[in-house]
Design a protein around this ligand. Structure first.
Ligand code: NAD
Length: 502
């Protein structure tokens, strides 16, 4: 058998082994076989990369913002040139289809485009003559070295959401990507090196809990940006903030899509099936709960959803035409099939069962689960309560609009939610009253564009600033405010009373 590749960390523009001899397998989800091994960092590796990053950050922060932005623009050009290669690598380790992998990269690059506006976005405020001869101005300064800890499900997009704003603001970044699909983050770092990012400013450090824990307590890590499951997000937020760090930690989801009786049901069914089954349901903004309002709407919608779920094309991740590929791992496939079994046992109506599928072009051993549809799910069922993170859609029937609205409002998660309706008044009422961070109106996956911000509420997000958009520039900088007076009046002598602008 041929020797299997070892995926190394990337430090100072080169592969780097560090001192740890622990590894984790990286799989081909189409066949369920290992394609590489990734090295898992230990505490001393964390110390070393942070030491290098601290040095590198001083020089990087001294570059003017326009010069830093040019590195981002060169990276953008290179990433676009290598778009297909990145997509092939991404889909091979993650299992999402090639067109979906291209979207993953593209949504990340859009944040690089946004962050290249750093010279404008980093401008501070200025008040002239705030008092007699007094000018007040603020500046945004980088934090120093920041950590980005990212999930498997968007191995390009989410690292890029962190890297664009963090680097543009003048920080050095230690990126700890998911150990399940680490190749695209490595390739991204290589392209940043090629684009002229100074050595040490971006490190890719692979690892598991050991590396994460060491980053969370390291005194020279100033901020932690995390995306992953809710229990880990909560843990990372609590630990990082207890160690004096700024933290934004985004977690899991249970996203509802409400279908009003006046909605175009074909349009709604298409939107729901794409958002529930695309990427095999492994998106934090996947729709996992459809809520038709009224029995008539429900009967018609379930029939349309069932037809779509039965006719999905399931295929290998390198397919250009499959609707969905395999799940990321054996544990994921096991968790999803167990959730389906539990749903049926709890009394939900299993309308379409995606278990036991081997697509014609899929190899033996691949982690495939087809589109699965449950009707008459109730809020006490595990099917409804848990994030399944697979191609499993639950229909919860609501008698009226108020009952439908209560579902997302009373759910522990608050990432995304949508309403499909032709009634502008219902849509406005919904957007105003729903207790969720991102809202779609006749849009199934309301992931905001790069220059707005992304963030869930309740158990979907811990911290107070969102990802990308203006919030990201706030998160990755601290504000310094300067009050200055030149020079008349300075000789008046000391004043012991707080100055007021009377
Ligand atoms: P995960 O929580 O298992 O892993 C996320 C990161 O945390 C990885 O880098 C992993 O190595 C690390 N990690 C895992 N266990 C840890 C532990 N015990 N201690 C410290 N670090 C640990 O998540 P995942 O399976 O990679 O990603 C899927 C989850 O991410 C889903 O719950 C999904 O909803 C969520 N997600 C949320 C968003 C969002 O913006 N809200 C976006 C994408 C994914």
């Amino acid at each position: 058998m041929a020797a299997i590749d070892v995926l190394e960390h990337r430090l100072s523009g080169k592969p780097w082994s560090g001192s740890s001899e622990r590894f984790s397998d990286v799989y081909d989800p189409n066949r369920g076989t290992a394609r590489a091994r990734v090295r898992l960092a230990d505490e001393s590796d964390v110390d070393e990369v942070v030491r290098v990053a601290v040095e590198a950050q001083r020089e990087w922060a001294a570059w003017n913002p326009q010069r830093r932005a040019r590195v981002l623009l060169r990276f953008l050009q290179l990433a676009n040139q290598h778009h297909d290669e990145l997509a092939a690598l991404l889909s091979a380790e993650h299992g999402k289809t090639l067109p979906d992998a291209r979207g993953d990269i593209q949504r990340g690059l859009e944040v690089i485009e946004f962050a290249a506006g750093a010279p404008h976005l980093l401008k501070g405020e200025y008040s002239t003559d705030a008092g007699g001869g007094i000018d007040v101005y603020s500046m945004r300064q980088p934090l120093g070295v920041v950590a980005a800890i990212t999930p498997f499900n968007f191995p390009a997009m989410i690292p890029l959401w962190k890297l664009g704003p963090a680097l543009a603001c003048g920080n050095a970044v230690v990126l700890k990507p998911s150990e399940r699909d680490p190749s695209v983050p490595i390739r991204i770092a290589e392209l940043f090196d090629e684009a002229g990012l100074p050595p040490g400013v971006l490190t890719v450090l692979h690892g598991d809990k050991v590396a994460v824990d060491a980053l969370l307590v390291h005194p020279d890590i100033q901020a932690v940006g995390f995306v992953g499951s809710t229990p880990i997000a909560q843990y990372v937020y609590a630990t990082a903030t207890a160690h004096g760090k700024r933290a934004q930690c985004f977690g899991g989801a249970k996203n509802h899509l409400i279908v009003m009786p006046d909605a175009d049901l074909d349009q709604a069914a298409d939107a729901i099936s794409g958002a529930a089954f695309g990427s095999a349901g492994q998106r934090c903004m996947a729709v996992s709960v459809a809520v038709p309002v009224g029995e008539q709407t429900a009967d018609a919608l379930v029939a349309k959803l069932a037809e779509r779920a039965r006719n999905l094309t399931i295929g290998r991740s390198d397919s250009e035409t499959a609707d969905l590929g395999p799940l990321v791992g054996a544990d994921a496939a096991q968790r999803v099939t167990a959730a389906i079994a539990a749903g049926a046992e709890e009394g939900a109506e299993l309308v379409v069962d995606g278990r036991g599928i081997t697509p014609p072009d899929g190899g033996e051993g691949g982690w495939f689960v087809g589109g699965t549809l449950f009707d008459r799910v109730t809020t006490d069922m595990s099917l409804y309560r848990d994030e399944i993170f697979g191609p499993v859609l639950s229909v919860v029937r609501a008698a009226d609009y108020e009952q439908a609205l209560r579902l997302p409002n009373e759910n522990v998660y608050g990432n995304g939610v949508s309403i499909f309706t032709r009634d502008g008044d219902a849509a406005r009422n919904f957007a105003a009253r729903v207790n969720t961070g991102m809202v779609g109106v006749n849009v199934p996956i309301p992931v905001p564009i790069a220059y707005h911000t992304f963030g869930g509420w309740k158990a979907s997000g811990f911290g107070d600033l969102n990802q990308h958009g203006p919030d990201s520039f706030k998160f990755y900088t601290r504000t310094k405010t300067v009050t200055s007076r030149w020079p008349s009046g300075i000789k008046d002598g000391a004043s012991f009373v707080i100055p007021t602008m009377s």
